[in-house]
Each structure stands twice: as C-alpha cells, then as structure tokens.
Design a protein. Structure first.
Length: 251
C-alpha cells in the first residue's frame, strides 16, 4: 500500500481565507477504534470460527497474515475453511455466530472501559468511535457489548460505522471538521497500518497499539510505523492517552 496522502483539491484564491483559517473549538478530539484496539477481538473471532467447526490458528500467526488470510486461517487450516467459508451460506453463518459472541461474550481490553468513561466525562474532549466491524447491525452489536461494560454509547459525541469497501481517511476528516477541532489537538487510536495512515493523512496524532490485528514487528518493519507511537499493551495505551489529554485515570 502506498503511504501517500492525497490532499483534497482547493480553489481558494491567494487573498482569500482558506478552510484552515476557520476558528476552531477550544476542544480536543479522540477517535477510538473498536476491534483490536478497545475490543479484544481475537477470542471472539476464534470462538465464532470454532462454533462453525473451523480453526482460526494461533493469534501470533493471525496478526501476521494479510487481511484475507486473517479470516480464512493459516495454510494448515485451508482445506476445511475454504470448503465452508467461501460459500455465501458459510459466511453468513460465521457472521451470525460472531454477532452472537460479540453481543454476549466479547470483552474490552483491560483498562479500556475506565479510559472511555474518563474521556466521556472530560468536558473539553470530543470522543467517539469509528469502526469497520463486520457483525450484523454492527452499531447495535457494539452498543450491547459496551453496555455490558457499563458504557452507554449514546454518551459518545459520535458513533460511526464505515463499510469494509471504504477507508477511514474520509470519515476521520469529516469527523474532525464536523466538530471544528484543530488537527494538532486531534488523536486517533488504532491497531492497523490503515489506521495510522488515515490519521497522519488527516493531520491527527496516531496512538497505535501492537496487541490487536497487527503485531509490533509488522507495524514497525513492514510499514515503518514509528515505535514511539506504539503501545504494546492496553494499559500502556491508557497511560499514554491519559497523559496526553490530562485525564484523571488511576495509574
């Protein structure tokens, strides 16, 4: 994937005030990711595959596979998985199972619930979630999951789903512009290179994690993501975000 950021074209004359001259709100913005960043997605996906008689493979291998292989399993699992998963009926059954698991069993990573509650309570922080979750009615699925952790998604400032066919860059930009937040005071949390790319392409600071869908080596060696912006655990992410946004989080 190219890391080039394609800027939107502008027709502003030299003597006119461009879009960046807009007065910003005196607030900060943080965009949260769901699967692999706030939600411990691997056990849920593994459980959904097992319910359909399939093996996902080891988590470390899962993190290193290309996107397609993450949902088909490793080479050793290909025969049974291709037979069942490549049929439309099989895919629907897996997604239905995943939806049930997410709504009744899936968990947030340690410390994440407390972090989110602190972000919601902070009066000068705009906080919400942008997700590409693949369950049925994903926003309802995540509403139920977060509710089990005593988090009301209705208290988010935004709660948006992006189809798999679309990237997050446009949604990140739209969200920042919607709330008139200075990009220098805006942050994005994510676990995949696409999250990092979308963040820097919209002028926002990335909080990356390496415990989700892509591990530390893949992020740093394959995609050259700076190790300085990567948290290896959810506890480290909570500390970093709390420090950056001056949150009263117990450490």
């Amino acid at each position: 994937m190219s890391s080039t950021c394609h800027a939107q074209s502008s027709e502003w004359p030299d003597n006119a005030a461009g879009p960046e001259a807009t007065m910003f709100q005196n607030k900060r913005l943080i965009i949260l990711d769901a699967d692999g960043t706030t939600i411990d997605a691997y056990p849920a996906i593994e459980r959904a595959f097992a319910l359909n008689g399939m093996t996902l493979g080891a988590e470390k291998s899962f993190q290193k596979r290309h996107h397609l292989f993450k949902y088909l399993g490793g080479l050793k699992e290909f025969p049974s998985i291709i037979k069942k998963n490549m049929r439309q009926r099989g895919r629907k059954k897996i997604v239905a199972s995943l939806t049930d698991v997410y709504r009744s069993e899936a968990s947030l990573y340690p410390g994440i619930a407390e972090l989110i509650k602190s972000l919601i309570a902070a009066p000068d922080v705009v906080v919400g979630l942008v997700t590409r979750n693949i369950t049925n009615e994903p926003l309802e699925t995540l509403r139920q999951l977060f509710a089990r952790h005593d988090i009301d998604v209705g208290e988010f400032d935004f709660f948006d789903h992006v189809p798999l066919s679309q990237g997050k860059t446009a949604q990140f930009r739209l969200t920042r512009e919607r709330f008139d937040v200075n990009p220098a005071r805006a942050f994005v949390c994510g676990d995949e290179f696409k999250d990092y790319h979308a963040a820097i392409c919209t002028g926002m600071h990335p909080f990356m994690v390496s415990y989700g869908f892509e591990d530390h080596d893949r992020l740093t060696e394959k995609f050259a993501v700076p190790k300085e912006v990567i948290s290896r655990t959810s506890t480290e992410l909570c500390v970093r975000v709390g420090h950056a946004l001056d949150l009263p989080i117990a450490q």
